[in-house]
Design a protein around this ligand. Structure first.
Ligand code: NAP
Length: 382
């Protein structure tokens, strides 16, 4: 048997496409862990992986080669496809899948900026998929895009501030893990680190720069006119699209299409989970105490801000977890009025500038978990 079936015979049939990859494997782990009722799972990858076995819910899934036939042979219709096999496969297969009645939740960048395709983070813009909810099966296919992982992690932390105070400007620096580039990225980090520890000179094997004991500007291509790399541009464009759809209570400038964002994206020698240093300028003044209170009650956010213990978010603390960790919360001294200095209660002073440090597991909340949460919203969680 090449599918896993739940004891409950209802719920959607699910295909995980790219199941042998870094995101696909996490997709299966998230499907096992969450209460998303589904009647079967089928795992697809390239022909190279056909026949490979993947553990799932005490049994195993036999990987099937994805062909251009959809629905695939060997079973019935597929209600939901979780796609993480790269943008080429998404572009080739996504529309065909949707036309056959499958709800496609796509992790690639193929459709993120396509007009009419929801770009969804369930805690941020759940209304973007409101029209797609399946109340009793059927309802036709659709494509929904998962945002870029760095965008998801950023917006989980700053959207609660945007809702409460308005965000006028964001300056973000990322510290991105090897697994953000899939299994090849992870293998490169491990292989190159072992080589250097074994006495060899550092050399680049997958990325343009050596990875062991190094860091480098994100490996996506750079636009020579703007100087921005593709990852940085995605953060700008996707934030604008997502915030422009927030709607209720956030009209005009706060609707988001005009948000000013500057990003510097960097790959660091960390296996898993991205971190981001964020400087935020709010639309109106508030206090650090109020910012802290807003973040403390934000869904999917966990405060980790122990100044006395010098204990803050790290990739290891974020790895394997569902929450985006937020800490190093502080007033931006560069935005305090001149003359405000020593002796001022920085917890109570009114200002528009704050700094924070964020860590999130980009394979989970930045990809698989976010996709399964979207599926839960559409098909019902349990
Ligand atoms: N890694 C992240 O943190 C992350 C986060 C958000 C979004 N994403 C996006 O998710 C997608 C997958 O990323 P990843 O990191 O999981 O990459 P990966 O580790 O390289 O895995 C790629 C997967 O795609 C499959 N695949 C490749 N060519 C195929 C084909 N012709 N037909 C069917 N399956 C094929 C591979 O199967 P084989 O094993 O058979 O080659 C593998 O399962 C990318 O679009 C990426 O941008 C990744």
């Amino acid at each position: 048997m090449n599918t896993a079936r739940n004891s409950a015979a209802d719920g959607p049939s699910v295909a995980v496409v790219g199941a042998t990859g870094a995101v696909g494997r996490e997709m299966l782990a998230v499907l096992e862990q969450r209460a998303f009722k589904h009647r079967e799972v089928r795992a697809f990858a390239s022909v190279r992986s056909a026949g490979q076995k993947l553990a799932y819910r005490g049994g195993e899934l036999v990987v099937e080669a994805l062909t251009d036939q959809w629905p695939p042979s060997g079973g019935g219709a597929i209600d939901c496809a979780l796609l993480s096999a790269g943008s080429g496969i998404s572009k080739a297969m996504g529309p065909k899948m949707a036309a056959s009645g499958t709800v496609v939740i796509d992790n690639s960048s193929a459709f993120r900026m396509t007009a009419g395709v929801p770009l969804t983070i369930p805690e941020v813009n759940p209304l973007s998929v409101a029209g797609l909810v399946r109340k009793s099966g059927g309802g036709g296919g659709a494509i929904i895009a998962n945002p870029n992982c760095s965008t998801i992690i950023l917006l989980m932390a700053v959207t609660p501030l945007h809702r409460a105070f308005g965000v006028e400007r964001l300056v973000v620096s990322t510290y991105q893990a090897a697994s953000g580039a899939g299994w090849q990225g992870m293998e490169a980090l491990e292989r190159e680190t072992r080589a250097v520890l074994g006495g060899e000179a550092a050399s680049a094997t997958v990325f343009p720069e050596p990875y062991a004991f190094n860091l480098f500007s994100h490996n996506s291509s750079v636009d020579v006119a703007t100087g921005r790399n593709v990852e940085e541009q995605k953060m700008i464009d996707e934030t604008r699209k997502i915030w422009s759809e927030l709607g209720v209570g956030l009209g005009g400038e706060l609707g988001g299409s005009g948000v000013r964002l500057s990003a510097t994206c960097v790959r660091v020698p960390v296996m898993r989970a991205h971190c981001e240093s964020v400087n935020v300028t709010l639309s109106r003044e508030t206090t650090l105490a109020e910012v802290r209170a807003v973040l403390a009650r934000a869904a999917g956010v966990r405060m980790m801000d122990d100044r006395a213990g010098n204990s803050f978010p790290t990739p290891l603390k974020a790895s394997g977890g569902d929450d985006v960790l937020v800490g190093r919360l502080r007033v931006d001294p560069g935005q305090l009025p001149t003359g405000v200095g020593a002796g001022v209660d920085l917890e109570r002073v009114s200002t528009r500038g704050f700094d924070l440090f964020v860590a999130g597991d980009q394979l989970r909340k930045g990809a698989a978990q976010n996709a399964v949460q979207i599926a839960e919203m559409i098909f019902g969680g349990s």
